[in-house]
Design a protein around this ligand. Structure first.
Ligand SMILES: C[S@@+](CC[C@H](N)C(=O)[O-])C[C@H]1O[C@@H](n2cnc3c(N)ncnc32)[C@H](O)[C@@H]1O
Length: 277
């Protein structure tokens, strides 16, 4: 692994920068006595990125718990698909610095591909260790040439955590239909925001700071199954009132979410959805 100076030389721009608040949330979770995700790689990666990072200054209330709950929900769905399909190919798109392949640690019969923009992949290579049956792809997900590098004929698991809102609806549609066309069977799971959350994202202070915003949102994500005749909607899980969030969050955060969830549309403003084909 390289020195911290090299890590600092890699500049992330726009949506690429959104990988850091979610990484920090996962790193902070790992320091809890009873973590939700328990991701030690996130803590290590966060320390490499920010040498002054003193996570012990933070209390549970400052952790981005929804990001951690979202990651856990994706992991659980992924684990159950891989238990059924131990010969699967995994497409982990917009991977950022997430260490899902290490958390899930699939059997050697699974081939795992982590994809993000080239600069993010360069950063990953410096921060996270290599693995067997694991390949990094530096590309925009919208440049469909990357799909030609993936072996065909096996079940596919496509996971996109925190990615879909940064694509336009047309780009997401092209991605989903491209994956369904390329594989005999599979599961596609991603998270999405509501139309309201998409439209108001231009005023989100974090996204503004990074010079980005969301480009799509859906009030009825189940309807995306209509994009391809072989695609079936399975289910969805709202994040803002998830049972884990309500069980683990400190009382003041639980109260805040209960209050926020009374606002029409808030409860379903961010959810993860699962499709199969
Ligand atoms: C909110 S971060 C989520 C990172 C990671 N999935 C996680 O949950 O920790 C969004 C990620 O999507 C990536 N991304 C956004 N648009 C992309 C695109 N068109 N192609 C590839 N990656 C993209 C960003 O670079 C960033 O790493």
């Amino acid at each position: 692994m390289s020195s911290l100076a090299d890590v600092r030389d890699i500049e992330l721009v726009g949506a690429q920068q959104t990988l850091s608040p979610v990484l920090k949330a996962k790193a902070l979770d790992n320091l809890l006595p009873d973590p939700i995700l328990g991701d030690e790689y996130a803590d290590r990666a966060m320390r490499r990125l920010d040498p002054d990072y003193d996570s012990r200054r933070f209390g549970t209330s400052q952790i981005g718990l929804v990001a951690v709950v979202r990651a856990k929900a994706h992991d659980d769905w992924a684990r159950s698909f891989l238990a059924e399909h131990p010969n699967a190919v995994v497409l982990h798109l917009g991977c950022g610095l997430d260490s899902r392949a290490y958390r899930i640690d699939p059997p050697a019969t699974v081939d795992w591909y982590d994809l993000d923009y080239p600069s993010v992949i360069e950063l990953r290579q410096q921060i996270l260790p290599p693995r067997e049956h694991y390949t990094l792809i530096g590309s925009s997900v919208t440049d469909s040439a990357w799909l030609d590098r993936i072996p065909r004929g096996r079940p596919v698991l496509m996971i996109a955590e925190g990615l879909a809102p940064y694509l336009t609806s047309a780009e997401l549609r092209q991605l989903l239909t491209g994956v369904v066309d390329a594989f005999p069977t599979g599961q596609i799971q991603f998270d999405t925001v509501s139309v309201w959350a998409w439209r108001t994202s231009k005023w989100d202070p974090t996204l503004r700071r990074y010079g980005t915003q969301f480009h799509c949102g859906f009030d009825h994500p189940a309807a995306l199954a209509d994009w391809h005749p072989r695609l079936d909607y399975v289910d969805e899980a709202p994040m803002n009132d998830s049972p884990i969030l309500m069980a683990k969050a400190p009382a003041n955060i639980r109260r805040l979410y209960r209050l926020l969830n009374l606002v029409p549309g808030m409860k379903r403003s961010t959810r993860i959805v699962r499709f199969r084909f």
